[in-house]
Design a protein around this ligand. Structure first.
Ligand SMILES: [Zn+2]
Length: 294
């Protein structure tokens, strides 16, 4: 079986704010699990470099400059030393994942910070630069014709939606809890952003049916590339929201996405429970085509 490519860099654990749920252990414990298991062959890869021009397709020069000003962005989104460097490395991993997907590899970017809340002008919601939007705009600028984003993080990707809104050649499909942070995503937006809100505490069956509906709509868009914002915070024991999903649901999601038969890459967004490594592992096995085992 061909290996799963994991794009990561242990330096992404090099910043933190005490008590913050978006913490370095999210990555280090996942790397540990992936290194200790024997079910899934893994090829480890490092993030590539990213140019200002690639970032500036999605963001304003003012945001790039702001990342160097040592002042918190909001109550959720602290300034940390060299946060610009950490954010750029996470973008670099998303671009490496894009390249691997185009080479027909099975690939996952295991990095922090996440990105889907970052808008053109603002860092927010633990996010500084919008990794997935930058990768989608790179794909469109370099030959992809129809790129779909599938976002299963429990929070609405307001930043991705705002950046991709009405851009030709791409579409955004987000399944998320509503009401919930950041308060957007109740209805569709523009011509290409499709939102599937799920009420707090809805059972797994509702989530699965909603995922299936979104995947059906995504198929109708006929993408030649699918970019996945993979957040694991709709998990039943996640501390930040009221989703009800279990590890096997993330496995099912991975399998369903692979079943689209379209080149695919996934980037880590949220996921704050201590079980995050098992959830990512279940998802990777689904994407790869292995069965689910506890
Ligand atoms: Zn989230």
């Amino acid at each position: 079986m061909p290996p799963v490519k994991i794009v990561t860099d242990e330096r992404c654990t090099g910043y933190s704010r005490e008590g913050h749920p978006e913490r370095p252990a999210r990555i280090s414990t996942t790397v540990e699990l992936l290194k200790s298991q024997t079910e899934l062959p893994i090829a480890w890869a490092a993030p590539g470099l990213v140019s200002d021009a690639q970032i500036l397709r999605a963001h304003s020069p003012a945001l790039l400059a702001r990342l160097h000003i040592p002042r918190d962005f909001d109550a959720d989104t602290p300034f940390c030393e060299n946060i610009a460097g950490f954010a750029r490395a996470s973008v670099g991993a998303s671009l490496a994942a894009l390249k691997a997907a185009r080479d027909s590899e099975n690939v996952f970017s295991l990095m922090r910070p996440p990105g889907h809340h970052a808008t053109r002008d603002h860092a927010m919601g633990f996010c500084y630069l919008n990794n997935i939007a930058i990768a989608v705009l790179e794909a469109l600028a370099t030959g992809s014709k129809r790129v779909a984003v599938f976002d299963f993080d429990v929070h609405h990707g307001n930043g991705t939606e705002a950046i991709l809104l009405d851009r030709p050649g791409c579409a955004y499909f987000s399944i998320h809890q509503f009401p919930c942070y950041p308060g957007t995503g109740a209805t569709d937006a523009g011509t290409n952003c499709f939102n599937y809100p799920v009420a707090p505490g809805e059972p797994r069956e509702t989530w699965r049916a909603t995922f299936a509906q979104a995947l059906g709509d995504l198929k109708k868009f006929r993408p030649d590339l699918v970019a996945v914002s993979a957040g694991f915070d709709a998990y039943a024991r996640d501390p930040l929201a009221d989703g009800m999903l279990l590890a096997e649901d993330f496995h099912w999601l991975g399998k369903s996405l692979r079943g689209l038969g379209v080149p695919l890459f996934s980037l880590l967004e949220g996921g704050y429970s201590k079980d995050l490594p098992e959830l990512i592992f279940a998802y990777l096995k689904g994407v790869e085509g292995s069965g689910f085992s506890k």
